[in-house]
Design a protein around this ligand. Sequence first.
Ligand code: DON
Length: 315
Amino acid sequence: MLPTATHPSPSVDYAAVLAQIHEQVAHALGRGRVADYIPELARVDAQQFGMAVVRLDGSVFEVGQARTPFSIQSISKLFALIMALKSDGERLWARVGREPSGNAFNSLVQLEYERGRPRNPFINAGALVITDVLCQHFVVPEMAVVEFLRKLSGNASLSYDSSMAASEQGCSDRNAAMAHFMRSFGNLRNTVPEVIEAYCRQCAIEMSCVDLARAMTVLANHGAIPGSNKRVLDVSSAKRVNALMLTCGAYDASGDFAFRVGLPAKSGVGGGIVALIPGECGICVWSPPLEESGNSLVGSLALELLTTWSLNSIF
Ligand code: DON
């Protein structure tokens, strides 16, 4: 049964909401297809499901395998973007756009007629430009992303999985093709192998739903780490990142995802989706099988249940 919330209430019983969602998605676990174009990703158990909410006051709510680390893949693009914005600010937008692509995340076609400037920082081509920016600023860019995520999540032991990174690097012809193409337009400053290596390692970072939901509280809190005076982004940059997630965070399915879920979110082919409710909480859901656009099928459903049924009283 779906929960019925009839009275607007600022304090939500997230433990009950998550338990209910867990029950409601149980029948769909395993539906969709686990990503197998990166061999190491195909080995994951398709039945796993976890979800976590971390409120701005630090309280944590979780269900299922919310403490199991998984490969964050494209979710890393969100945090790499924040880092590149911190270092390059407005200059970044000369190299990458901010429009939904309407194409697959690894599509090459648009790059040619848009002269090597990717549509947005979340498709693979855009993320490669962002990684190139990080290569300009950090000696070991993937470790800079790891350090940043350790700080945001409060988990000092997280890192990337070298076998996953090597597995992706071994089949990265398509990403390398995009990188070469952009380099031919002067939109890549480092060599293609340097950028691809850093990119594959950054995508292979492993985090749990609880780690990621906590990391997302900085964006729910308009760019400041909750409970500290530390600001990661100014308020308007945080607003822009959230807007990009809403419009481009679920690739070719972004419009439908925004219609169904209505939250700024970012997905990864490891089956994770991060999201946030501004002023309220960071969220992460994980279920490995994907729908055809590359977003977690059950993860999208869980978020839709959260916003369309459980939390409609606070929107
Ligand atoms: O470059 C790739 O294809 C992967 N490392 C990341 C793709 C990804 O996560 C797209 N997400 N839905």
